[in-house]
Design a protein around this ligand. Structure first.
Ligand code: ZN
Length: 487
């Protein structure tokens, strides 16, 4: 009787050992590098074409990613040193347009850009460090042999057959092998709205390039949602007698590079929309009065509206990321001390206008959203332990009387998104919209502007002042007509 537990312990220990032995890391290295040369790669170059998709810009919250861009790129990477890209972006959404430009990045986190990369004034000359960080992240994920060569070996993940983990370049990576092939590589990233997310590249169409297995087809997903598909052709390697090796840890000590690296999926999607957001837009926070006690919050590419009530404040939209919301809350407290925020109204679920919502929810401030999106926001707050903040869903219309201020929320049918709310202040005949019409901005979308115009006519609203989540300052119904007419 006494010997039985010992025998069992011995049996289970040897079972565990043999399981680990069956999944040793050297098999993995051989899988990717038949001739042991991946540490000696001096240069790798290729041409690729691809498609970009954005799960942040869906018509319906939680729906399939929206196709935003087709692209072609010629690339040359010297690990540890220079990377050059020549881009051609054919953007379908939000503003159909073609951009061609070149980017060069050095091994120290710096770089330069030549050409126009979007509808906002482009980065000129110096490439922002966040973009270099985001590009570097994607780059190393697409070349698993080189990434593995930068690690000190992989270990089996207990309980997950054919799965291994390794540390390299300051991050943890997880890989999965099936039928003698590496099928995918994952790592953890940050998302402003969802918190921790899993970024995964799925590999296929393997090519043998000078003894190194290189995937030619890449499928990039974040929490299972499609971001990018890329097909690489004419992949060429140049080997050196000794490899340079590469180490990004000095760059990762830089705040902006690390932001790009840790939120690569977010930065890469902003670039693919033709609206790069490489610099940290948390600050400054500036108030522009657009009506009596109504303020457009400027200082970033996406604006919040602040409506003063007798004893508090109402906020419309929570753009970009939580650090922007924190900066706005600080500025509100400074300008209107002891006036609480009664509500945060979100016009729609697109993450560039709602990515800062969790910072308000963390303060317990109630959210008002379109009823279409109430479940979406409730579950994402619950996933982050923020389910204490109440959420109100609005259908076709909601009239609110808050602390001396009357406001109406209206559903606006638009091809931009399902579940779009517009905020109307009847006493001031002022309306605030997101993305449909942006007074004071050169780039407009004629279709969405006309949908807004038709909706306010249908609702029979008297409007003197239009204010946008983009642009600057107030606009008029006449100016909206000009946009709709294409002038
Ligand atoms: Zn939008």
């Amino acid at each position: 009787m006494k010997r039985l537990p010992t025998l069992l312990a011995f049996a289970s220990a040897s079972f565990a050992t043999s399981q680990v032995a069956a999944q040793q890391a050297p098999d993995l290295t051989r899988l990717l590098d038949a001739s042991g040369v991946s540490g000696r790669v001096a240069e790798i170059s290729w041409s690729a074409s691809g498609e970009m998709f954005d799960p942040a810009q869906t018509i319906v919250s939680g729906a399939r990613s929206r196709h935003i861009t087709s692209y072609g790129v010629d690339s040359r990477w010297q690990p540890g040193d220079q990377t050059d890209y020549s881009w051609s972006l054919n953007i379908h959404y939000p503003f159909p347009s073609l951009y061609t430009y070149d980017e060069s990045m050095d091994g120290t986190g710096g770089g330069t850009i030549d050409g126009s990369d979007g509808f906002r004034p482009s980065a000129q000359g110096a490439l922002p460090a966040a973009r270099v960080g985001a590009r570097a992240k994607f780059l190393v994920m697409t070349m698993p042999a080189l990434l593995l060569a930068a690690s000190s070996g992989a270990n089996a993940i207990p309980g997950q057959p054919n799965s291994f983990r390794f540390d390299a370049l300051g991050a943890e990576w997880r890989i999965h092998v099936a039928n003698g092939r590496l099928t995918r590589l994952s790592t953890t990233e940050n998302d402003p709205l969802f918190g921790t997310v899993e970024s995964t590249i799925h590999y296929s169409d393997w090519r043998d390039v000078d003894g190194i297995a290189v995937p030619a087809k890449l499928d990039y997903r974040v929490d299972g949602q499609l971001i990018q598909q890329e097909q690489r052709e004419s992949i060429e390697l140049t080997l050196a007698a000794r490899g340079r090796g590469f180490d990004l840890s000095p760059n990762l000590n830089d705040h902006d590079f690390a932001r790009g690296w840790n939120m690569a999926h977010w930065f890469l999607r902003r670039i693919a929309l033709g609206g790069p957001a490489d610099t940290d837009q948390s600050y400054p926070v500036e108030f522009l009065e657009v009506g009596q006690g109504v303020h457009q919050v400027l200082g970033s590419s996406h604006h919040t509206l602040v409506i003063e009530t007798d004893n508090g404040l109402i906020i419309v939209d929570a753009p970009l990321y939580p650090s922007r919301s924190v900066a706005i809350l600080e500025a509100l407290d400074e300008r209107w001390p002891n006036r609480p925020v009664h509500h945060v109204i979100l016009t729609h679920h697109h993450y560039d206008h709602s990515g800062g919502a969790t910072a308000y929810a963390a303060e317990g401030i109630p959210l008002i959203v379109h009823s279409t999106n109430a479940g979406f926001f409730a579950s994402l707050l619950a996933n982050q332990g923020l389910d204490a903040a109440p959420i109100t869903g609005v259908g076709a219309r909601l009239a609110l009387s808050v602390d001396g201020v009357e406001l109406e929320l209206h559903d606006i049918p638009t091809s931009h998104v399902a579940g779009m709310l517009m905020v109307y202040l009847p006493e001031q005949r002022l309306v605030f919209n997101s993305d449909l019409y942006s007074p004071g901005r050169e780039t407009q979308n004629q279709l969405w502007a006309s949908e807004l115009q038709q909706a306010v006519r249908f609702l029979d609203l008297d409007i003197d002042v239009h204010v946008g989540a983009h642009g600057r300052g107030p606009g008029t119904a006449g100016e909206l007509s000009q946009v709709v007419a294409g002038n």
